[in-house]
Design a protein around this ligand. Structure first.
Ligand code: NFS
Ligand code: SF4
Length: 673
């Protein structure tokens, strides 16, 4: 194994420790493979078409030779069928949007199906926890929450409301015409823009299927038209698939409220049975979280010599049970192999998405059982497959936990758990932020808007997305977030980005004083919130859409999402889901910057459309910036531009000036005392 430069691989000391342990034990990790295999430069630019057997056709932009500056460039090649670079790159981009939308929406469909079974009383172990949210969501779907008129009106039983809601929601997946329901949640002006562009999704599945059809060999061969359908598909993700899963999960499992927890590999306990749930769907993890508290199960673990059971999460399954139960997080995407390498992990329980196939091999080097739980996601070399079934979910959960407990006596030396973990406060749903920043009386984002208008808060940034082994783990997230905070930009976060923030203490209220500019620090301290608000899993980016909409509706910041002093970013993205998310943010009016590489640079014309032209249509646009500090500065520049357009740029100068004066006065008073 080649020498690895640890500081280049990850800035996380826990990760570094485990990468070293793996190397010493001859266990291969993603970083070893990344060293051996460089990414294909043509594919990375989106310039390789392999959608028919006459290809793959490669159409990279012609290289300018040194010293040939100004010399006429050779014309860019086309594919065998004549497909231009624009078409090829657009098709590849579109297929990422389709896959990402499919992933979020298939997750959502599963939640909706469970929701129906719960309403019918056929899913043991589940219940409708958040009746208030059920009633709010029911109203949005035109499901009556009470029966009778006037004084005789009485509220309908929650199961009845839920069943009607479930049926309406399930129809949306297969709906063939009309508009998806949540379009009406967006600001009026936004709805008009979508209707004018002809991109309001008709249903969910239809947009994915049509996009796959249109990017088949020889169908849609106009990049702009391909992107139109990509936009419609992405909107079906953000404003339907993802938003539905967030809503229904909140109703079933509880809408998140602030809760304290802990993050990083140090949450594992040597003398406990350690179980990590990893993936994205909270259906089974919710039951596992309940089962590990059953006295018989704990007794069973103690009989095997363990002190107890430690349940932790990874990736977005972790985010789901973290937000609602405070269950600790073992790490983000690039920690999955490393958790096994501790030697202390008795079971890694996976469902769908972002699960590395290599886990099977790594698990074999230790005693860890790799348990797959979803029939859609099997892994060759898995230890055991225990398929989840919502009709007897508790039995499945108990079986999974017993598998882990049975494995505890099989631990082999050397066990090494990095003593690295950080405290955090999470649980900032859209509703919680409304409550904290708007107050229950105003019931809006009024206070936040007020602080944006007076300049204490310069703007809002969504920093989301993955880890990517082609960059230093967490480093881009941290650099970007710190720069934003320093400049009084409050950060909303989800997914692995939020976990990155958590690992280095940015999800604590105390961090506001340390990292924020004076205005943001004051607001965070007054409200008692961290400067980075963890809003949940990646499907919960829909919460950010709702928060942005609430800002528009609270007034004073324009009439559309594109008027807000706001920006989005995914500085360490890797998954197709990230592209779908980026596209629905752009199409919702947000300036969105990605890091690492950008999958469209193979066509200048197409990239130009994404980075510029698209703004004229949707008010938002893409950008690419590999340097996270520069990316943050671009976001701030965009925020300032929007402040200027709103005429609130001067207010900020005044408030900062006042603050500096007050501080000087306080300092002078201090000297006198
Ligand atoms: Ni989002 Fe969550 Fe992480 Fe990326 Fe994967 S876990 S759904 S895709 S890697 S943030
Ligand atoms: Fe080549 Fe056209 Fe086939 Fe793509 S569709 S592989 S560009 S021939």
């Amino acid at each position: 194994m080649a020498e690895l430069d640890l500081d280049k691989l990850s800035m996380d000391p826990a990760a570094q420790e485990m990468i070293k342990k793996a190397a010493a034990e001859g266990v291969e990790t993603i970083w070893d493979r990344a060293e051996k295999m460089k990414p294909c430069p043509i594919g990375a630019e989106g310039a390789c078409c392999r959608i028919c057997a006459q290809g793959p056709c490669r159409v990279p932009p012609p290289k300018k030779k040194a010293g040939e500056e100004g010399a006429e460039e050779k014309k860019q090649r086309t594919g065998l069928c004549g497909a231009t670079a624009e078409t090829i790159v657009a098709r590849n981009f579109a297929r990422m949007v389709a896959a990402g939308t499919a992933a979020h929406s298939d997750h959502s469909r599963g939640v909706a199906k469970l929701f129906k079974e719960v309403a019918l009383g056929k899913a043991e172990g589940y219940q409708i926890k958040d009746v208030a949210k059920l009633r709010r969501v029911a109203r949005d779907w035109d499901v009556a929450i009470s029966e009778g008129e006037g004084d005789d009106a009485k509220s309908r039983p929650k199961e009845v409301i839920a069943l009607e809601l479930a049926e309406k929601v399930l129809k949306e997946f297969g709906q063939q015409e009309g508009e998806i329901n949540y379009v009406k949640r967006a600001p009026k002006k936004r709805q008009e823009i979508w209707r004018k562009q002809g991109v309001v999704p008709r249903g969910i599945d239809i947009e994915v299927v049509e996009l796959m059809h249109r990017t088949h060999m020889g169908v849609d061969q106009d990049y702009h038209n391909i992107m139109k359908q990509s936009t419609r598909c992405a909107l079906a993700d953000g404003w339907a698939g993802s938003m539905i899963s967030t809503d229904l999960q909140d109703i079933l499992f509880g809408c998140p409220v602030p809760i304290a927890s802990e993050i990083n590999l140090g949450v594992l306990k040597e003398d406990h049975v350690n179980i990590i749930i990893h993936g994205h769907e909270p259906l089974l993890p919710e039951l596992i979280a309940a089962v590990v508290q059953e006295p018989e199960i704990i007794q069973y673990a103690q009989n095997k010599g363990a002190k107890g059971i430690q349940l932790a999460g990874m990736c977005c399954s972790a985010n789901e049970i973290l937000m609602r139960h405070g269950i600790p997080v073992a790490g983000n995407y690039l920690h999955q192999e490393l958790a096994i390498i501790t030697g202390a992990l008795d079971a890694l329980v996976v469902d769908v998405q972002c699960i590395m196939e290599s886990l099977a091999n790594v698990a074999k080097c230790y005693h860890t059982k790799l348990i797959t739980t979803d029939t859609r996601a099997r892994i060759t070399g898995e230890t055991v497959h225990i398929p989840f079934d919502e009709h007897h979910g508790l039995d499945v959960a108990r079986q999974v936990v017993r598998e882990a407990i049975d494995n505890f006596p099989n631990r082999r030396a050397p066990v090494m758990i990095p003593s690295v973990s950080a405290p955090m406060v999470v649980g900032f749903s859209y509703e919680t932020i409304q409550y904290l920043l708007g107050g229950s009386i105003r019931g809006s984002y009024y206070t936040l808007n007020d602080n944006i208008i007076n300049g204490r808060v310069r703007g809002v940034a969504g920093v989301v997305g993955c880890n990517n082994c082609r960059t230093t783990q967490d480093s881009a997230h941290l650099t970007m977030i710190k720069e934003l905070l320093k400049n009084d930009v409050i950060v909303l976060s989800t997914g692995c980005a939020a976990m990155a923030a958590g690992k280095y203490g940015l999800l604590t209220p105390e961090s506001a004083a340390q990292y924020c500019g004076p205005g943001l620090a004051e607001v965070c301290e007054t409200v008692g919130i961290p400067p980075v608000l963890h809003m949940g899993a990646c499907v919960d980016n829909s919460r950010i859409l709702m928060a942005a909409t609430a800002c528009v509706k609270a007034g004073g910041l324009g009439t559309d999402i594109s008027d807000l002093p706001a920006a989005g970013a995914a500085p360490e993205w890797m998954s197709e889901k990230a592209i779908a998310i980026g596209q629905y943010f752009v199409a919702s009016g947000v300036y969105t910057v990605f890091g690492v590489t950008f999958p469209s640079t193979g066509s200048e014309i197409f990239t130009d459309y994404l980075f510029k032209g698209i703004e004229e249509e949707y008010g938002g646009k893409w950008d690419f910036e590999a340097d996270p500090l520069v990316a943050a500065q671009k976001m701030i520049a965009h925020i300032d531009l929007k402040r200027k357009a709103l005429g609130i740029d001067k207010a900020r100068e005044r408030v900062l000036f006042d603050m500096a004066m007050r501080r000087e006065l306080e300092a002078a008073a201090g000297e006198e005392a």
